[in-house]
Design a protein around this ligand. Structure first.
Ligand SMILES: Cc1cc2nc3c(=O)[nH]c(=O)nc-3n(C[C@H](O)[C@H](O)[C@H](O)COP(=O)(O)OP(=O)(O)OC[C@H]3O[C@@H](n4cnc5c(N)ncnc54)[C@H](O)[C@@H]3O)c2cc1C
Length: 441
């Protein structure tokens, strides 16, 4: 087939992989020459409206590992990844103008700012082609059997619609591989940033490490026990630990489902293997939820338009972030997050419940802190889960309050987790000043 475009630009974002990268495959088919770029958004390192200062060291390390891995894989295909640090629309505009790009490709990102940036570029360059490819979810928007305006109001209703569609998902579809990439143009723009890759970390970023982890997990018998173990707080094999790889697109959800189906064929399907797909459907749900509700997902009053009866107390928030609350289990989880960039799903539920119900804080501050810290930060899953727990999102039961003492007895009966993560340095009170800012004795 004759290539449609002379010089294409692929803007990697949540798709840092070569295998099963539908955006890359499409760009490779349609362009005679290809420019590959990744933009390190300078806003990641700046303060934000929640008074937080840039992304955490574990999250940044994970991203750098993933970028370095992508650059190395592209090099094996004769391509050089241009890595630019700056304001994304400015950087992409410069590349388009300097390299005479006539087609831009990007994987579909549900983020509101990200979509606005894309729309700005489309308006700024009306004479070139822009294509956003659905590449972050199991099914594409077209494969859903309902328009996004009619997204089912609850996860259960969504799952009933989605499950039969996902079951017809063709096996082997995740094995989309690239045969070759078009060459780079002779003239290029230099990178202005080089990833600094340290070897350590809770999980290693990058497609290669993600495949090794995927294979290792499905070569073990852990998937057959997943449902009983998934709520544990600390043991590495108790849940898949695939979230970070999925968040940056080092793996596609199609690849994970393929690996799961193969496991079921050889080791047998059970409730646990079903539950892995069940959790992945939550990820799908929140993706479409964000696409459907957009800005409302970031509003205090959520999609329901009802403001929670919480407020903002800077000292309480600071204490929660540092893991210095009166609740040992919460402190241990926060220390784990601060050191590794990861926290179990149960841990996330407990610390969120503490922030909302015990400390009476505005849930968005918690979500913003997670955004900064988590190596698996995913805009839709993070803000969607926080809304759900704050009672302003998709939860039909309203907000959920966890009894922290009971939860500690269930999930850390011997106090090992709390001891390991120094949660027992709990403080006896949460406030040190009164409403008029006078010190409390
Ligand atoms: C307040 C809060 C914030 C969260 N923020 C994020 C986030 O930023 N990024 C993120 O990927 N997950 C987030 N989650 C969901 C969940 O906690 C993590 O996906 C999970 O703990 C990651 O570990 P795992 O890969 O071992 O998960 P597993 O238990 O092995 O689950 C398998 C996969 O299913 C998906 N998944 C599981 N639970 C959920 C869920 N509740 N919502 C959406 N997807 C899910 C993930 O992709 C995960 O990798 C959040 C949950 C809460 C309660």
């Amino acid at each position: 087939m004759e290539a449609k475009h002379q010089t294409g630009l692929i803007w990697f974002n949540l798709d840092l992989r070569l295998i099963d990268n539908l955006t890359l495959i499409r760009a490779a088919k349609q362009c005679q020459q290809l420019v590959c770029c990744f933009i390190i958004d300078e806003s990641w390192f700046k303060g934000n409206r929640y008074g937080l200062n840039g992304i955490s060291e574990p999250r940044w390390r994970y991203i750098q590992q993933a970028i370095a891995d992508l650059a190395a894989s592209l090099q094996q295909h004769g391509q050089q990844l241009i890595i630019r640090k700056g304001q994304p629309t400015t950087e992409i505009s410069t590349l388009i103008s300097t390299l005479e790009i006539d087609a831009v490709y990007c994987s579909d990102d549900p983020g509101v700012y990200e979509r606005r940036r894309w729309d700005t570029l489309v308006k700024r360059f009306p004479y070139i082609s822009f294509e956003r490819v659905s590449n972050h979810t199991l099914l594409t928007e077209r494969e859903l059997d309902f328009p996004l305006e009619d997204l089912p109001a609850t996860y259960s209703a969504f799952r009933k619609r989605f499950e039969p569609l996902a079951e017809t998902f063709p096996a082997g579809r995740a094995l989309n591989r690239l045969s070759a990439l078009p060459p780079m143009p002779q003239r290029t723009v230099p990178s202005n940033s080089v990833p600094f890759v340290e070897p350590s970390g809770y999980l290693k970023g990058g497609e290669l490490a993600a495949h090794q982890h995927l294979n290792h997990y499905f070569d073990s018998n852990a998937p057959s026990r997943y449902k009983e173990t998934r709520n544990a707080l600390d043991n590495f094999a108790d849940s898949t630990k695939l979230s970070a790889a999925l968040a940056l697109g080092n793996l596609s959800p199609r690849q994970v489902i393929d690996a799961l189906r193969k496991y079921e064929q050889t080791q047998g399907a059970n409730e646990s293997t079903y539950w892995i797909a069940f959790e992945l459907m939550w990820r799908e749900y929140f993706h479409w939820y964000l696409r459907s509700y957009q800005e409302k997902v970031f509003k205090f009053s959520g999609i329901q338009g009802k403001k929670p009866a919480t407020s903002f107390y800077p000292q309480r928030f600071a204490a929660w972030c540092k893991g210095q609350t009166p609740y040992p289990i919460v402190n241990a989880c926060m220390h784990q997050l601060n050191q590794t960039g990861y926290m179990s799903n149960r841990g996330r539920q407990l610390v969120a419940s503490c922030l909302i119900h015990e400390l009476q804080l505005d849930w968005r501050y918690g979500a913003a802190y997670f955004e900064q810290q988590l190596i698996d930060y995913d805009v839709a899953s993070n803000w969607g889960n926080w809304q759900y727990l704050a009672g302003v999102g998709a939860d039909p039961r309203g907000s959920r309050r966890f009894n922290l003492d009971k939860q500690t007895q269930i999930y850390d009966p011997d106090g090992e987790f709390i001891k390991r993560w120094h949660g027992d340095q709990a403080v006896s009170q949460i406030d040190f000043t009164d409403a008029a800012d006078w010190p409390l004795s």
